[in-house]
Write a protein that binds this ligand. Structure first.
Ligand code: MG
Length: 376
């Protein structure tokens, strides 16, 4: 197989309009989201794509990812063998602290090329599929709750069962009324999850969480700010509902702290937090050992990054709580793919085909997203 090296790196900083307002507690999103697309070309002509999709209130900025890739990482990538992904990722970590999103964009593009060179999917390269579809979770985060209820009335009959309500943004009484409305209309037929996005102060949070406990959510995600692991541990010990760490668990170092303090029962795995597909599998190896299942989280990722996440979950048994990969279908007004990764009967269908299993359309990038910067 190929001994090819990476010969070219192209970058696009794009801004995409979005079609719904999202109320998230922190960083409410309205109008548009920015991300970076990476195209790597190997000496044998094979092309791979990657995506950095930071969120400024969560991981970092798209502009910083673009600069990291263009100025600091580019010289380390050009000339490197397609087959030595782990070695390349180690050199990126050594050269630049942080910038997980920029690094994972490189790694997914490398895996895309290696897959195309070998005829294998990225899931194959990560150990092979353990599942062909992934249950899809849709987030209830529209400022207009009635609009979300209308969406549910369409989505539930279409097979969607998992809904994650963004709580803690509106007054608590309103959250309770909304949860009541959902359970009254859809009963136990929907798998309800709550995500506070760090909204609650530790002081008084227990009372609020006991109130929502009675709606029997599958989990409560990140009720308090990232650093309050002791409070997270007290909720995990006291409540029937499992506590899931998102902002508190970026990577394996965070997970070790969580385990030491027993601060969560499950974790959200996001490529943009942990900075790599290999690292995500390493993270899940620790979580599996400790008995914590993973949930496939996302920031505002488009088709390329979500294809990578889909391949990861397909090959990682412990990420068993589904995924929230609904952005290209429901939120973004464009997709850079010729064909979106399919959603069927409330599930994301893992794409067939080598590499990430997608085809990127440069024409679509140029026609549908605003290109803020481009570098070859
Ligand atoms: Mg979250």
């Amino acid at each position: 197989m190929t001994e090819a090296v990476i010969e070219r790196l192209r970058l696009f900083l794009i801004e995409s309009p979005i079609k719904m307002v999202r109320l998230q507690g922190v960083g409410n999103v309205k109008g548009s989201v920015k991300r970076v697309l990476v195209e790597l070309t190997a000496g044998d002509g094979l092309v791979g794509w990657g995506e950095a999709a930071p969120w400024e209130v969560f991981t970092g900025t798209a502009e910083a990812a673009f600069a990291a890739l263009d100025i600091y990482l580019r010289p380390l990538i050009i000339g490197q063998p397609v087959k030595r992904i782990r070695a390349l990722m180690a050199s990126l970590d050594k050269a630049l602290i942080g910038h997980a999103e920029a690094k994972v964009a490189v790694e997914m593009a490398m895996f895309d090329i290696l897959g195309k060179a070998t005829g294998l999917s990225v899931a194959d390269l990560l150990g092979g599929r353990v599942r062909d579809t992934i249950p899809l979770s849709f987030s209830i985060a529209d400022p207009d709750f009635a609009a979300d209820l209308d969406r549910m009335r369409e989505m539930v009959p279409a097979g969607n069962r998992i809904f994650k309500v963004k709580t803690g943004v509106k007054p608590h009484a309103e959250d309770l009324a909304h949860l009541d409305a959902i359970r009254s209309e859809f009963g136990d037929g929907v798998d309800l999850r709550l995500d506070y996005n760090q909204a609650l102060a530790p002081f008084g949070a227990m009372k609020i969480l006991r109130d929502v406990d009675r709606f029997q959510p599958t989990f409560i995600e990140q009720p308090v700010p990232r650093r309050h692991l002791d409070a997270m541990a007290s909720f995990a010990a006291a409540l029937d509902t499992p506590i899931l760490a998102d902002e508190s668990c970026f990577d394996a170092v965070d997970l070790m702290d969580i385990l030491r303090l027993q601060a969560a029962d499950a974790i959200s795995v996001k490529l943009m937090k942990c900075g790599g597909l290999l690292k995500a599998q390493g993270l899940m190896a620790i979580a599996d050992t400790a008995g914590l299942p993973g949930y496939g989280g996302t920031l505002w990722e488009g088709g390329v990054a979500l294809a990578a996440g889909t391949q990861l979950i397909a090959a990682t048994p412990g990420i068993s709580l589904g995924c929230e990969f609904y952005m290209p279908h429901h939120v973004l007004t464009e997709d850079v793919l010729e064909e979106r990764v399919a959603n069927r009967d409330g599930h994301v269908v893992v794409p067939d085909g080598p590499g990430l299993g997608i085809k990127v359309s440069e024409a679509s990038i140029r026609a549908n997203a605003k290109i803020l910067a481009e570098r070859a």
